[in-house]
Structures are given as structure tokens and as C-alpha cells.
Design a protein around this ligand. Sequence first.
Ligand code: PLP
Length: 359
Amino acid sequence: MIYLDYQATTPLAPEAREAMLQWLDGPEGTGFGNPHSPHRMGRMAAAAIELARERVAALLPPGGRVIFTGSATEAINLAMRGSDRGQGGGIAASAIEHAAVLDTARALGQLHELEVDADGLCNTAQKLPEDVRLICVMQVNNEIGTIQSTLDWHRNAKAANALYLCDAVQAAGKVEVTSADMIALSAHKLYGPKGVGALWVRDGLELDPQITGGGQEQGLRSGTLSPALIAGFGAAAQVAKERMAEDAEHVEALWNRALDLFEGWELNGSAVARWHGNLNLRRDGLDVARLMSDCREVMFSAGSACASGSGRPSHVLRAIGLTDARAKSSIRLGFGRYTTMEELEAAAKSITSAAVQQG
Ligand code: PLP
């Protein structure tokens, strides 16, 4: 099997796996303690969590704190709901945000969609609603990889007296995450384990908790933390920081080769303002379901992992102006640190020959 679905999830880094093992049971069974217990085993687990917190924070700007959550979806909910503070107001969110953002804004009855252009870029000069309280524009898109200017969006938010939430799930550990009031992350998109995420909150910013109970995570997210998952997240963040340039260079080489291998396919989204580990391609008339069944040895996607399978055309591809038919004849290939050139070439051969056979 060849794995080309790095936007859905990334393989677990060996360093993250190693870090996790000792907090499942630990040397001589001393690693399973509750990190909130005051005894020695509890304090050992708590220290592992604080080390991981520092490592995750090192991927993010200075001047904020990291709150661990169960996923980025939960982090986004905490940011969007927790910043409302009973005041209401509008949420301006780009039309290509993840469902975690769009559906939460809809559920709050506060959604105002920001347009994106045919390249998948959200124009920073567009009008914001009068009552805007929060701007949500992701850094790297999960379906088409396009990169937005977070510095400009943060500046716009300040000018509008609003907060800026940056969904950096697909960016963190790959490109610098520079500027926001709140930043959402997920371990399993940066070679860490599934089931753990984080919300970075700028110092001085108060949120209302969305999960109440034991008061963990500075009262913002009650519930016993998982030292194993968090230690894995921390180790993955540390490796990602150390290898950021090397990983980007590897991805660039794969991208350049992929452009040759998929000559004749149309690229969805900007080729330039883009994370090059994302190749979203289309071919008019392509039957994607048939292609996937013909290429069972290649793991790729018909859109985002959450949207594919629903049969609905991707809201991201629709937002950049594709017709339903074109959106449905698109595929997403994602590659990264552990993808080899040979794998990419073999996958491209399988996909292109199956597509050509469709006529
Ligand atoms: N935001 C983006 C851009 C994503 O790609 C994803 C995952 O697909 C999420 C948020 C949600 O992350 P999680 O799986 O940690 O809830």
C-alpha cells in the first residue's frame, strides 16, 4: 500500500511512538499515574505533560499559553464558543474553513462567510460585518493547500476590534505559525497521535470553559489528560521544529516530480501560495469512485477525509468556483516526510493509467 493522504492524517513519527510508550505503563510500571495526582507518580506524569507543552509552544508565537484538548475540533469549539462570553456578534469565516469552524459558527447563528477567489485565496480587503467579534481564516487549507496571510488577518481583526482565530492544523510543524489571538492544532497532522489537540491562547485573553468539572487546563478544559498522547504530541512537535527545513525540502522535491508525473491534469488552487505537500487535481469527466476502486493500493482522497464518502461536492472546490461536476472529478494527493520518490512514481503510474483508461 502507498499512503498519499497526509492531509487526512500523518504517519506516527517513531520519536513520538517512543515518547508515548513510557507513559502507557512506563519503566517498571511507574508511568501510568494520573498527572493530576499529587504523589510522585502523578508528578512524573505531570512533568511529562509540561515538557510536551513547552515543545508544542515552541512551534507557536511567543506570548501565549497552550491548552491541551482532545482534538483540533474541540480546540476550535473552545475558541469560538469560549470567546463569545455572552456578548454575541458576528463571526467572519472564510468559505473554505474546515467544518469544525463553519458548522460551529452556524450553530452559534453567527456565520458570515468571507469569499475566496479562484486561486483559493481570501482577499484581505473584503468587507467585514459591522458586528464582527471573531475572524476565522485558516493558515493552510486541508483540501487545496492554499496559504493565507495570517499577519494581514490578525491586523484586520485588531482594526475591527475583533479576535483572530487561526486554524493552523495543516500548517503547524510545516510552516511558521506567526500571528493570531488563538491558534488551533492537532497532533495527528504533524506526525503525532490521534486524539489530542491544542488551543494556543494569547496571554491576557479570557475564555469561558466549554467542559466543566475538575478544573484541569487552567479551568478551561476539565478532564484527566492523557500523558501518553500528550508526550507523543510534544515529541512530534519537537521533531517537526528541528526538521522543518529538511521536511520542506523533501516535499518540494516530491512536488516538482509530481507536476511532471501528472502533466495534463488541472491543479485546483494556487500553485504558489500553497503548501506543496498537497496536490489537488482534476480531470474533466473523471469518475473518482471508479478510480479509487481501480487503484486500491494507493491511499488518496476524493476531498477532505470527512467530506469524501458523503457524496456531496466539496464546499472548498465549490467556493473557488468549480461546478459540481468539476468538483466531483477532483482528487487530493497528500505527501510528506516519509513519502519516497519511488512511492510517488508508482502511485502516479497507477492513477494516471487508470484515469486514461476511463477515456
Ligand atoms: N482543521 C483542519 C484544517 C483539519 O484539516 C482538521 C482535520 O481534518 C481539523 C481542523 C480537525 O482536526 P481534528 O481531527 O484534530 O479534530
